[in-house]
Design a protein around this ligand. Structure first.
Ligand code: DON
Length: 304
């Protein structure tokens, strides 16, 4: 077995000394003032070990990483019916691109771009009694950590500036692919994206995808067939128009968020999470991607 702590330490040193740390997202004004010198990395192995270095216990806005957790909750609630409303193909475009949605009659390419995640949010709003509270409870159940919360300032900041998400939701509504009112669905979606977690909490929350659907608290949430699908979607769609690059350099299913987080995993082996707020041109964490590429190269642990 590779010495994980030594490998994480060398990755950490490279990251904190990097001259180009990317650019912090500013289209959600509340995220703009996060210090790009933060860097954390955390690894949880399937044999029960946990390694972390840097800012791995600091919480940040998980943003689009939440889309995977929302998808798994929707799978638990309505299963295959999801795929009547959302496709499973990579979009090859930015996360908030709208042209394909119009051309393809309101069927989002996949559940990890914004339009697809808004349909998933609609499903959760329809099927959960108290959608926001119940979704938080789901994350708390996955991790056994009751401190996981929304950041209401971030949710409000996105509500005030999220014009493209309003456009996507209205387009979905015009194609009858949104059952609830636009404002209600987006209120849920903005809160879901505003959830704050640390690298270690994210590794814990994603553990079920590396453990055949059984979470860290030993509860079975989704079937192993559903886990296969979530991981396939992360590999092919988790990084939008950079999904190919992530598979090429890292070779793991994973998901990024504009808060600078990335989670990736190797089934039956480990979950790894990074946080570095500076993004590259495609909106994914610049140093997070580099760190994960180094990790799979040094350990020789990837799905390929
Ligand atoms: O809807 C949005 O634009 C944000 N709440 C989430 C986007 C995001 O994280 C894209 N990922 N890299």
């Amino acid at each position: 077995m590779p010495d994980f702590q030594v490998i994480l330490e060398s990755i950490y040193q490279d990251a904190i000394n990097a001259s180009d740390k990317g650019i912090v997202a500013s289209y959600i004004p509340e995220l703009e003032h996060i210090d790009k010198n933060n860097f954390g990395i955390h690894l949880r192995t399937s044999d029960g070990k946990s390694y972390g270095i840097g800012d791995y216990k600091k919480r940040f806005s998980i943003q689009s990483i939440s889309k995977v957790l929302a998808l798994s909750k929707a799978m638990e609630l309505i299963g295959e019916a999801i795929w009547e409303r959302i496709d499973v193909e990579p979009s090859g475009h930015k996360f908030n691109q709208l042209a394909l949605l119009e051309i393809e009659n309101g069927i989002p390419r996949n559940p990890l771009i914004n339009s697809g995640a808004i349909v998933i949010a609609d499903i959760l709003v329809s099927n959960l009694k108290n959608p926001k509270e119940d979704f938080l409870s789901y994350l708390r159940d996955l991790t056994g950590d009751n401190t996981i919360c929304f950041n209401k300032d971030v949710a409000l900041s996105e509500k005030l500036t999220g014009f493209k998400n309003y456009a996507a939701a209205n387009l979905l509504k015009s194609f009858k692919n949104l059952q609830n009112p636009v404002d209600e669905v987006l209120d849920f979606y903005f809160h879901q994206c505003s959830i704050e977690m640390s690298c270690s909490q994210l590794s814990n929350a994603f553990y079920l995808f590396a453990n055949n659907g059984r979470c860290l608290q030993d509860k079975l949430h989704i079937t192993d067939g559903q886990v296969k699908r979530v991981n396939a979607l992360m590999l092919t769609c988790g990084f939008y128009d950079e999904a190919g690059e992530f598979a090429f350099e890292v070779g793991l299913p994973g998901k990024s968020g504009v808060g600078g987080g990335i989670v990736a995993l190797l089934p039956d082996k480990f979950v790894i999470s990074t946080w570095s707020p500076g993004l590259n041109k495609k909106g994914n964490s610049k140093l997070g991607m580099l760190a994960l590429a180094k990790f799979t190269t040094k350990t020789k642990l990837s799905i390929f």
